[in-house]
Design a protein around this ligand. Structure first.
Ligand code: ADP
Ligand code: MG
Length: 404
């Protein structure tokens, strides 16, 4: 079956669109990527999303307006996905834009994604899966991260004779029995750890680009420090780094999830103010890049990983990539998911396409050892596109009789 997957993450830089064809062979699910595109948000859309995000107050009217505006954006993206699929897809997975992830003392009590799925279904005329996080939250889980189901299947030790796939180093896929990790460097950094014979682990490590992007908006008036150029020109400020590393979130044990409710622009301002001395903008970029690299590397070392397969926009930042590779040298190999056939920028969208496949077949997509849920939930709500107009009954009813 052909599935279109959409993704707009915490960075709200744009919508990643993919199409993939899934076929089952025994206990192996095969995914053929059919293509991916990135639909960048224009400055106005970015502004509108940003204005609605915490900690700023908002109105129900603004929520309704953005919900529908995003629905049209996702409808455009879904239509593009159907083109990538060759003109027909069976399902569209449209997880929406997270505008609030309600964390209360480590417990997630609710989560809200906007993106009017009815608008998406109306445009493409196929069932749309949305609201993928609520079922896990209702089962007592964090509702995030959801990508580990994909990582666990992708990094599962495979039979090289059957799949024919080989690692980039020439060894059979999944050989060596080492601990493999999938890393996402989006607005938030998430890590999935797959160890032979152990439950899958996965959690949000901390900010990957969230604070870097906040600094870019503040100091450069741009969405990000393109190619990590400013960070490369700066020097790590030890005092600021120590203040940032003192964040209790990093020391908390998983399951845990975070977002821009914690790592928002005001968070950075407060740390800079607490430092009580001026820091040159380039040094802020260098320090924030080091914060991401350190927190991720510490997490990898904690789980004794031997290989890290990375994806997300952060892999395009050579300064961040260089620091990560340097911190892991001698202990873990750092590569991108491209080497496994999954384009790094599109990994999450492919993961959501896979979650759609699981939900369509009534299979759970949440991993309780990751989200902390009491049971593995089947994810999402379906919005059917409905039967074509006029086929349901030959004569439209003119009156209603109540039968007693
Ligand atoms: N060339 C680049 N240089 C530096 N950072 C980049 C580059 N390309 C992407 N990024 C970073 O990646 C982020 C987007 O990553 P993405 O995986 O889409 O995250 P999300 O899932 O949160 O939307 C951008 O906000 C930016 O910080
Ligand atoms: Mg993005």
């Amino acid at each position: 079956m052909k599935i279109v997957g959409l993704m707009s993450g915490t960075s709200y830089d744009g919508v990643d669109v993919v199409a993939a064809e899934f076929t089952v062979a025994g206990d192996t699910l095969r995914m053929r990527p059919l293509g991916h595109r990135e639909l960048g948000y224009d400055a106005e859309s970015r502004e509108r999303i940003g204005a609605l995000l915490p900690p700023d107050p908002t109105t129900v009217e603004a929520v309704c307006r953005l919900d529908n505006a995003l629905g049209e954006v996702f409808a455009d993206a879904a239509a593009l996905g159907v083109e990538l699929a060759g003109g027909h897809a069976d399902v569209v997975v449209s997880p929406g834009q997270t505008v609030y992830h309600w964390v209360d003392g480590g417990t997630v009590r609710g989560t809200l994604q906007l993106g009017a799925p009815a608008r998406v279904a109306a445009r493409v005329g196929v069932p749309v899966l949305s609201d993928l996080r609520s079922a896990d939250v209702a089962a007592g889980g964090q509702g995030a991260p959801l990508v580990p189901a994909f990582d666990a299947l992708l990094l599962a030790p495979g039979d090289p004779d059957e799949s024919g796939r080989r690692d980039a180093d020439g060894g059979p896929r999944g050989s060596g029995g080492g601990v493999r990790a999938a890393l996402n460097l989006g607005g938030i950094a998430n890590l999935t750890v797959v160890a032979p014979g152990a439950p899958v682990l996965g959690y949000d490590v901390g900010p990957a680009n969230a604070l870097l992007d906040a600094a870019a908006r503040r100091f450069l008036g741009r969405p990000c420090d393109v190619d990590g150029v400013r960070a490369a020109a700066g020097r790590v400020h030890p005092g600021l780094l120590a203040l940032l590393l003192a964040e209790p979130y990093y020391a908390a044990s998983p399951p845990k999830s975070t977002g821009k409710e914690l790592f928002h622009p005001g968070y950075l301002d407060a740390r800079l103010a607490a430092l009580g001395e001026p820091v040159a903008p380039d040094d802020v970029f260098a320090t924030l890049t080091e914060l991401t690299a350190r927190t991720v590397a510490d997490a990898c070392d904690r789980h004794r990983v031997t290989e890290v397969v990375a994806a997300g926009g952060g892999v395009r930042n050579p300064t961040l990539w260089g620091r990560l590779a340097a911190l892991g040298a001698g202990r873990w190999v750092l590569r991108t998911t491209d080497e496994l056939g999954v384009p790094a920028q599109a990994r999450e969208a492919y993961a959501f396409a896979l979650l759609g496949w699981l939900s369509w077949h009534g299979l759970p997509g949440a991993v309780p050892s990751v989200t902390g849920a009491r049971r593995a939930a089947v994810l999402g709500s379906w919005t059917p596109s409905g039967p074509p107009y006029g086929v349901a009954v030959p004569t439209p009813p003119r009156r209603l009789v109540v039968v007693r």
